[in-house]
Design a protein around this ligand. Structure first.
Ligand SMILES: Nc1ncnc2c1ncn2[C@@H]1O[C@H](COP(=O)(O)OP(=O)(O)O)[C@@H](O)[C@H]1O
Ligand SMILES: [Mg+2]
Length: 252
């Protein structure tokens, strides 16, 4: 199963991705976390890992992929994956691994003026479309904020779209846009309310399609402190376990 986690900046995409990965791994699943956010330098810490080398380098680096995009005249669907991939096909030097979880980072922006993140989008799209999961394997893609990845078509290869929503008007608006786009490509979409108290949970639940509510993660001080300190998220939250259970059943 391939889960794609999206939402507004700061809503908790990386936090929820890391907690989901840990909960699924505890249940015995092999989990591959794909860090698809070129600007996030925190997810690997939340997983208690080092940041792996950019997977982009396997394909010759960002400049090479950009060049392929230019010469093919395409900004999507450039053929860098020429076959289906399994978990074990991913070269280990591009993975950090621990306790049943592997982390792959598509690519980061490292230097001033190095250019746009289009090659990262192309790589995420290709990766997700070509990766095949076995019965006991889960892919969790932590995306960059907003909807650019929808514009690039990254979602085409996933099975479920998860929208992480913090208690803000912006998240409510964005969730509607994402819902529309996911519907248009016939991908199931589910909402996770994050950092909520009872009052905001009530308000948000009334504003979304309740059949699509997959889980609620309260504002949690320990999570907040771990995020501040760049520490591993070692907590086991019943709300996250329930969310994993729900998603593994394919939602509903
Ligand atoms: N459930 C939670 N409880 C408390 N704080 C949270 C929770 N989820 C996220 N946060 C806070 O929100 C911040 C942003 O979360 P993060 O996962 O990095 O967002 P995103 O990946 O969507 O940009 C974290 O650094 C942390 O301070
Ligand atoms: Mg993030």
């Amino acid at each position: 199963m391939k889960l794609l986690v999206c939402g507004k900046g700061g809503s908790g995409k990386s936090t929820v991705s890391a907690l989901l990965a840990k909960s699924a791994a505890k249940r015995g699943y092999r989990v591959l976390v794909i860090d698809g956010d070129e600007s996030n330098f925190g997810l690997h810490r939340q997983l208690g890992m080092d940041l792996p080398e950019d997977f982009m380098n396997y394909f010759g680096g960002k400049k090479k992929v950009l060049e392929l995009m230019r010469t093919s005249g395409k900004y999507r669907d450039i053929n860098i994956f020429d076959r289906k991939w399994r978990f074990d096909d991913i070269p280990r030097e591009y993975l950090s691994a621990r306790d049943g979880i592997s982390l792959l980072a598509v690519g980061k922006i490292h230097e001033f003026g190095e250019g746009c993140a289009c090659p990262m989008g192309v790589l995420s799209t290709g990766m997700l479309e070509h990766l095949e999961t076995g019965e006991n394997e889960i892919v969790i893609v932590d995306t960059d904020a907003g909807v650019e990845h929808f514009g690039r078509g990254v979602e085409r290869g996933c099975d479920i779209v998860i929208v992480v929503m913090d208690p803000t008007y912006e998240s409510l608006m964005l969730s509607k846009k994402i819902e529309e786009m996911a519907d248009s490509i016939k991908k199931p979409v589910y909402f996770v309310l994050n950092k909520v108290d009872e009052e905001s949970k009530q308000f948000m639940t009334a504003s979304i399609d309740s059949a699509k509510l997959a889980g609620v993660v309260p504002m949690n001080r320990a999570v907040f402190q771990a995020c501040l300190r760049g520490e591993e998220l070692e907590l086991q939250l019943p709300e996250i376990d329930a969310l994993v259970e729900f998603l593994l059943k394919g939602g509903r």
